[in-house]
Write a protein that binds this ligand. Structure first.
Ligand code: NAP
Ligand code: MG
Length: 496
């Protein structure tokens, strides 16, 4: 394992060779049209490399490769133990290439290289390992039929899985989709976000090095309306697994209906509430985590705790503690390991966030941040920002901003807190801070969220499912339950 404190990131970055060709049938290839687009570092505005703009013809080529690989069994037909060995080698290779992978995500989308190296890359390796280890520990079922009958319930891989992912955790989102899909024997065609294609492309190369046969994992970078849509509409894709906005998630349901009724699994947006009760045992810890819950990764986290509700009797005290913590998150050069907040993914997203802030100034009270800043005179950076007295129907309280902007309000009773928390189209995550065990159980039952964290925020692990209720999505990532998305049940009934 690399000692990351000894890495000189700036020097390592200057030594990197960045490659933007697609990865199809085990090889780096330009797009068939020859068109490539600019891949920009949002921390500097500089061009990193040109990336293949794949269109429907490239997607078709990738799907054909994936289908051929699936049908001839070069991966789908391997024994669980053989697939496991490849997955475990891939986990090791991700660890061995930690410096490069961390840099790719940091340069591509502006996250702190330190976070990429301590959270994202180790997380990716851990998940490939976890699913690799799970493969040969899954048993199928036998149904309790009458004597003289044997009804087996088997899980089978679906075939070709199309994965479409966002830019906030590029390597990890690719991993969350690919690891379980590959583990059960599917082939995958992955479309990374246009802002952050580089780590997914590198992952595909490492997978080949680990022994994954050619054609089993293909990566087609490009634009959502072209590449993503072509995958969504492709008649030979069996399943789409998507992470991204609710708006685009709905499009995939439409694409499916317009084409082959492929299964569609969606991890979409959120506007997750964090409820602080007066009986919270440790307000300092709650304030630490409330800040982390909205400012980590520049707030570009689907399950970010972007709505904070504080019980009125402690609101003033708690808010003072929270504002004190804002200084722990200061925009800086993402490659500087002492920096505490990175760049926003691109110019568009930065403008979008600033639009919310500028509108918020008119309706709510700004108590921290609120400005766009530059670092070394360049880049897309936004200060950690807190608004208080935010009205329940304000856009600040309603819409997913996907940036470092926290909307704060107060409540007086538990019922009011639950009503405020649940009055949203989303249902991804919720947090509750209380020392009252009964309240913790009551609320975890009443809150409509895929994950309810009590006395922490945004609890997450490979062992627990992640995903949302309502318009936060359909299906779950992570844990053994992710296998449900990537396999179909087959009944085989034998009369004897
Ligand atoms: P997005 O705009 O929905 O994009 C997600 C992916 O869909 C990208 O690869 C995108 O390609 C593609 N896409 C865009 N338009 C498309 C279209 N018309 N047809 C087919 N594909 C299309 O989301 P984003 O801005 O990248 O990411 C932020 C969103 O992701 C937030 O809403 C956040 O909550 C959500 N998210 C959810 C989770 C979760 O697990 N629930 C996790 C992380 C993020 P381009 O890159 O070319 O636009
Ligand atoms: Mg986008």
């Amino acid at each position: 394992m690399n000692d990351i404190t000894k890495i000189d990131w700036q020097t390592e970055a200057s030594r990197l060779t960045l490659r933007g060709e697609a990865f199809i049938d085990g090889k780096r290839v330009p797009s068939l049209s020859g068109v490539a687009f600019d891949c920009i570092n949002p921390a500097t505005g500089g061009l990193l490399t040109k990336v293949a703009a794949c269109d429907a013809a490239d997607v078709d080529r990738a799907v054909k490769s994936a289908r051929a690989a699936f049908d001839d069994g070069r991966w789908s037909g391997k024994s669980p133990a053989e697939r496991k060995a490849v997955m475990l080698r891939l986990a090791d290779l991700i660890r061995a290439n930690l410096t490069e992978l961390a840099l790719l995500d940091s340069l591509d989308m502006g996250k702190l290289v330190n976070d990429a190296a301590t959270v994202d890359v180790p997380g990716s390796a851990a998940i490939f390992q976890w699913y690799g280890e799970a493969i040969d520990k899954l048993y199928d079922e036998i149904a309790p039929t009458e004597p003289g009958n044997l009804a087996m319930i088997r899980r089978e891989p679906l075939g070709v899985v199309g994965a479409v992912i966002p830019w906030n955790f590029p390597l990890d989102m690719a991993t969350w989709k690919c690891a379980p899909a590959l583990a059960v024997g599917n082939s995958v065609v992955l479309k990374p976000a246009e802002q952050s294609p580089l780590s997914a492309l590198r992952l595909a190369e490492l997978a080949i090095e680990a022994g994954l046969p050619e054609g089993v994992l293909n990566v087609v970078p490009g634009f959502g309306e072209v590449t993503g849509k072509a995958l969504g509409l492709h008649p030979d894709v069996d399943c789409i697994t998507f992470t991204g906005s609710t708006e685009v998630g709905k499009m995939f349901l439409t694409y499916s209906g317009q084409s082959n009724m492929k299964q569609v699994w969606l991890e979409c947006g959120g506007k997750s509430p964090n409820l602080i009760f007066a009986d919270c045992e440790n307000l300092d810890a709650a304030a630490d985590m409330a800040a982390f819950g909205i400012f980590f990764n520049q707030g570009e986290v689907c399950s970010a705790n972007s709505r904070l509700y504080v019980e009125k009797s402690i609101a003033e005290v708690f808010l003072a503690k929270l504002v004190e913590r804002v200084g722990r998150y200061t925009p800086g050069n993402p490659l500087d390991p002492t920096a505490t907040m990175g760049a926003i993914v691109d110019e568009n997203q930065t403008r979008r966030i600033m639009g919310f802030i500028d509108e918020g100034r008119k309706t709510a009270r700004l108590v921290a941040g609120g400005e766009r800043v530059s670092v070394d005179g360049k880049g897309c950076f936004v200060q950690p920002t807190i608004f208080v007295d935010v009205g329940h129907n304000d856009r600040l309280m309603r819409e997913e901003i996907f940036g470092p902007v926290l909307a704060v309000s107060t409540f007086e009773t538990e019922d009011e807190a639950v009503a405020l928390a649940n009055d949203t189209i989303y249902g991804l995550a919720a947090s509750v801070w209380t020392a009252n065990l009964s309240r913790a159980h009551r609320l975890s039952a009443k809150l409509k969220a895929g994950t309810v964290s009590v006395n922490t925020v945004d609890a997450l692990s490979p062992m627990t499912p992640f995903g949302g209720f309502k318009q936060s999505g359909i299906g779950r990532d992570l844990s053994l339950h992710a296998f449900d998305k990537f396999s179909g049940l087959k009944t085989v009934w034998i009369r004897y």
